[in-house]
Design a protein around this ligand. Sequence first.
Ligand SMILES: *Cc1c(COP(=O)(O)O)cnc(C)c1O
Length: 350
Amino acid sequence: MDIQSQKRKSLAGLKPYVPGFQPDTDDFIKLNTNENPYPPSDRVLEALRALTPDQIRRYPDPLATELRKKIAGVYGLNADQVIVGNGSDEILRLIVTAFVDPGDRILTVYPTYSLFETLVEIGAGSLETIDLEEDYSLPDAVFETKGKIFFLANPNSPAGDFPADAVQKLCAAFTEIVVLDEAYVDFTETTGIPLLAKNPNLIVTRSFSKSFSLAGVRLGFGGASPEIISELMAVKDSYNLSALAQTAGLAALDDLASMEENTRRVVKTRELLCASLAELGFRVYPSAGNFVLAKCESVAEAESLHERLRERKILVRYFKERRLDDCLRITVGTDAEIQSLIEALKALKS
Ligand SMILES: *Cc1c(COP(=O)(O)O)cnc(C)c1O
């Protein structure tokens, strides 16, 4: 049987999402996938160790009731305004499953989180992207678009940070669903969650992977109107969130202080990283996340630095894409990791 001929026609040109490299050894300084350099709260590890054989033997609560209540309490929502998922990536996928018919026009900006494009392709939607301005700010054209869903990451990756009033303006201007991906929001101050109260078309997604140091657990949530949440719940797998992830999430939210302490440290190191990169001659875009986009002198320099850093066991992210192929995206690690990176860059650039 020819599998290619069996494939859905709409997947012919599918570009699968390419995650950053995950080495299988510990000898790398890993600054390529925006993981948190600090460990999660001790409470998370204690709670996971305290799981009983029955909790492992049985299926988890399919509605993750306790965790959703907890999230609702922390973020000022009702439990029926919250859905949890296997990473915020799953929430994004559920949004496409629930709301996108083949051919529907879906919008986002460029450059941004490339999973949006992959998910829209899988859903057979028709993606239209609006280029961010040269400095990665939001162009006025976004407020004049029409379509089924507008995906906006704020803070954006690999660069860009949009004011809350711009997000409100987009919710008012865009007649259908606006998805605000807040994977990095804990590293900054503005959040769109308060906007949920007056914008029934808004979905805010959050991740526990970055600020909470739980990327390996896979946990995220979506906040929206009860009507939207029930559509997303209708298309999810029964047991989309494992007992381990539910337990870890509850424990993490019991210790917000440790997450906040870690994010403060990351933000402090980020400022150090930005200053050192600027000193080395990179153009550094302001960052509101746990990463920095640094523009090199040329595509060749970016490619070469990426490769040569890797030879020195330092991983940074390189995107061979329009507008990004002369840049490196660098995750904010510990002070010591960033010190090593800067020293390596100094040596490579001299
Ligand atoms: C990391 C990231 C996510 C994915 O988060 P998970 O909760 O790990 O699935 C979503 N959106 C953006 C912009 C990200 O960078």
